[in-house]
Design a protein around this ligand. Structure first.
Ligand SMILES: Nc1ncnc2c1ncn2[C@@H]1O[C@H](COP(=O)(O)OP(=O)(O)OP(=O)(O)O)[C@@H](O)[C@H]1O
Ligand code: SF4
Ligand SMILES: [Mg+2]
Length: 374
């Protein structure tokens, strides 16, 4: 990978002050109709993929969005990039409401918000050369960079750590990690302000993941591009994101600064996710001091989520109130500003080991007891 980036001049320095809200999402909802019945198919239910989330991504910030499979992360990313229409709620970009913006109104904004997809194999056209793939967005948007498009593509290839001489090669001539770099170069072609990266490394070999995360981090820091980084576990976003939101069944259940979330989590689900994170740098005694929670069993269906708190069917602290009242996402006393938690009976703000492990799956617990008896 090249160490020196070729940096374009920063655009709109005045309006792009770091820390200013770039993207704001309020009470965002996306329900997908479920069709059934014969001979006449009608709507028999709704998949509550995203069910009233609030998020703010600031200029130049890296924001991590984490949760198990099916909790609504990709749907959120697709709503933000306007690939999907929301059922309800509001999306603002630089203070402008773009929820119902027309194609024409969106045109200038579209180039500023780009997406990187999980699967670098499926997201590149196999019949186009790398040069064509990366210059495509410039062509569509009528962008004519100084020195021409080809020169800019070669610069971009260099930025993402690929050989500029490979301009005329096809995607199949590259490895998975290299293809993801091509995806990054394509996303950078329009000098975006926000990149939604939907599990950009989970399809890659573990040994390659760190390299691509490093590249994204470099891009984020040196080009000042804001990121919404989607991942299914907390390990990947730990070193990348300044703020993190945890999703469960279409809701944000905890959000806050990285340190606050990783060292002082309050929601039982965040505790469970953190205790499942394999930490390479934690060994021996230190590992023994960390709490262990085995979160087993399936996430309930988003077609008929549990009443009250959606996590209650898997929560070891659940009480009657959890079934009858949905916990609001609020700042608990003693927490840092901006660290919000949705739980009636939050955990202590620590990740130290408990007296006992928590094993949530009865079948797993029985197996383990059996093994201990042997
Ligand atoms: N186009 C669609 N039509 C119907 N249901 C959908 C559609 N897209 C997503 N869903 C459903 O919405 C829910 C959320 O899906 P989404 O892809 O956003 O989850 P995710 O958190 O990205 O999961 P993963 O980690 O597996 O990528 C799932 O139950 C999914 O089946
Ligand atoms: S509200 Fe109740 S069920 Fe939900 S996470 Fe908190 S304690 Fe568990
Ligand atoms: Mg997804």
């Amino acid at each position: 990978m090249t160490e020196d980036l070729v940096l374009p001049a920063p655009r709109d320095a005045v309006t792009d002050a770091p820390g200013e809200p770039l993207l704001e999402v309020e009470k965002l909802v996306k329900h997908f109709p479920v069709k059934g019945g014969f001979p006449i198919r009608r709507t028999v239910g709704q998949v509550q993929a995203v069910d009233g989330i609030d998020l703010t991504v600031h200029v130049g910030e890296s924001f991590g969005l984490v949760g198990e499979s099916g909790c609504g992360k990709s749907t959120t990313g697709r709503l933000i990039t306007k690939l999907l229409e929301p059922t309800r709620g509001r999306i603002s970009y630089r203070g402008k409401d773009i929820t119902r913006a027309t194609r024409r109104e969106l045109a200038p904004i579209r180039s500023e918000i780009q997406m990187i997809f999980q699967d670098p194999y499926a997201s590149l056209n196999p019949r186009q050369t790398v040069g064509k793939i990366i210059s495509g967005p410039m062509e569509i948007n009528g962008l004519q960079p100084d020195g021409g498009r080809e020169k800019r593509v070669r610069e971009l290839l260099e930025i993402v750590g690929l050989n500029p001489e490979h301009y005329n090669r096809f995607p199949h001539e590259f490895s998975g990690g290299q293809r993801q770099r091509i995806g990054v170069a394509r996303a950078l072609a329009l000098e975006p302000k926000l990149i939604v990266a939907d599990e950009p490394v989970s399809a890659l070999d573990v040994s390659i993941q760190a390299q691509v995360v490093n590249l994204l981090q470099k891009v984020q820091q040196e080009l000042g591009i804001a990121f919404l980084f989607i991942a299914h576990d907390l390990a990947v976003v730990r070193h990348f994101s300044q703020r993190v939101a945890v999703m469960y069944l279409g809701k944000v259940i905890e959000v806050g600064d990285r340190d606050s979330i990783y060292t002082r989590p309050r929601h039982p689900y965040t505790h469970a996710l953190l205790s499942a994170v394999p930490e390479v740098n934690i060994t021996g005694e230190e590992a023994a001091q960390r709490e262990r929670i085995r979160l087993a069993g399936d996430v309930p269906s988003p077609i008929s989520p549990p009443s009250g708190c959606r996590f209650r069917t898997r929560c070891w602290k659940a009480q009657d109130k959890c079934a009858s009242e949905e916990p609001p996402l609020v700042q608990l006393s003693g927490n840092h500003t901006g660290h919000l938690t949705a739980c009636h009976f939050p955990e202590d703000p620590t990740i130290e080991a408990r007296d006992e492990d928590i094993v949530l799956d009865p079948a797993l617990a029985a197996l383990e007891e059996g093994a201990e008896d042997d």
